[in-house]
Ligand binder design. Structure first.
Ligand code: ATP
Ligand code: MG
Length: 367
């Protein structure tokens, strides 16, 4: 352990729906593992999303962004709900999330797809394919065809309407996401698969070239492979166990990370991280604010707890603490506790807070 010298500042954004319930559990877990590992945390809770719209008329108040910028990591729950669905664009909760990402310059999105052996039967895959799946998709988040210019509508030489977008990446944009991919692989099993469409797209050719150069020069210890995106989409279903870390561009990552997450079959178990060059990352569950079960103590807090594990590992470099949190989640599943979304025959159905208490019990028992 590091000793009790440094105090990490974590901005806590509960947001809407089940957000406040699950983030309370996650903060308790972070505080506990911190006390066990000699890490000090200072938490600052701020408004975001619908809650911020109601309180101060903006989905991302300036003081929330300032607090995030001023911290070592941001722990976000979820935002949105029926109440704000008809608002105009600048008063939508989702706007707050986009502005937060831009405001913090987070250009890499990390989404693991882990099939916990205890939950293997909730996977969409056959048991023998699903058991042991543990992969991470690293997606470029701020470039590529979603942002490239020129884009728009026009008229071609035959007088027909056309529409166009531009897939564009600079070497600087590729290099920085490549490094996140390699660093991530290094913290995992040391295998990086870069996914592109270099047989058709120039942007993918530059992508592949830069990945190869950076791999050879800076990460000779990481095993790099390349795969075309159409094949990758197929391999993810056919044999997902072959993957450790996948790095890919914005649009391919959008599609593949959703595909990968559905392999696990349980939305309440999936965390994510969005990180930038320096500065704080944003750590949040993949699922939304689940307004249909909000305020009923039914939500599964484990995606939020696993986001704490990612915060420790990828945000603060505290790998030991991160692994202990993940192990505590597994132990809690081993001990038979389940929230409704992952419930199966013979297991013990618990609410959100109770699940949190059991995770902390597992953490305490693991010392
Ligand atoms: P988004 O807000 O990202 O658009 P969404 O509205 O598509 O998300 P979610 O809010 O994730 O979807 O909810 C989808 C379904 O999954 C809902 O029925 C919700 O109750 C359930 N769900 C989501 N998260 C959890 C959780 N942590 N625990 C239990 N059930 C959940
Ligand atoms: Mg929603």
């Amino acid at each position: 352990a590091e000793g009790a010298s440094k105090c990490y500042r974590v901005t806590v954004l509960p947001g809407d729906g089940i957000g406040p319930e699950i983030i309370r559990v996650a903060v308790d877990v972070l505080r506990l593992v911190g006390s066990q590992e000699g890490l000090d945390f200072e938490f600052k809770e701020m408004l975001v999303g619908g809650a911020a719209i109601d309180a101060v008329g903006s989905p991302l108040p300036q003081e929330t962004l300032d607090a995030c910028r001023d911290s070592d990591a941001v722990l976000l729950a979820a935002i949105g709900g029926y109440k704000w669905d008809r608002n105009e664009a600048h008063l939508r909760p989702e706007r707050g999330l986009l502005d937060l990402r831009v405001g913090l310059g987070v250009f890499a999105n990390l989404r693991p797809a882990t099939v916990f052996s205890q939950l293997v039967d909730s996977s969409t895959l056959k048991r023998e394919v699903a058991d042991g799946v543990d992969l991470m998709v690293v997606r470029e988040l701020t470039g590529g065809i979603y942002f490239g210019k020129p884009k728009g509508f026009g008229i071609n030489e035959h007088g027909e309407r056309i529409a166009f977008n531009t897939e564009i990446y600079s070497t600087a944009e590729i290099d920085r996401i490549a490094r996140v991919g390699f660093e991530t692989a290094r913290k995992r099993q040391g295998k990086l698969c870069s996914v592109d469409k270099a047989n058709v797209l120039e942007a993918s050719q530059l992508w592949r070239e830069r990945l190869t150069i950076i791999g050879a020069e800076e990460y000779p210890d990481v095993e790099l492979s390349h795969m075309y995106v159409d094949n990758a989409a197929m391999q993810l279903i056919r044999n997902p166990k072959q993957f450790d870390t996948i790095v890919t561009n914005n649009i391919f990552g959008d599609i593949l990370s959703d595909e990968a997450s559905i392999l696990t079959g349980s939305i309440g178990m999936l965390p994510s991280a969005s990180i930038g060059q320096s500065g704080p990352g944003v750590f949040e569950p993949v699922h939304g604010s689940a307004p249909d079960i909000a305020g009923q103590d039914k939500a599964n807090p484990l995606a939020q707890v696993l986001s704490v594990s990612m915060l420790l590992k990828y945000g603060l470099g505290q790998e030991r603490a991160a692994e202990r949190v993940e192990a505590a989640v597994k132990t809690t599943l081993d001990r038979g506790f389940r929230t409704g979304d992952i419930m199966s025959y013979g297991k013990t159905l618990v609410g959100c807070l109770h699940m949190g208490e059991e995770v902390m019990r597992s953490l305490e028992a693991s010392l």
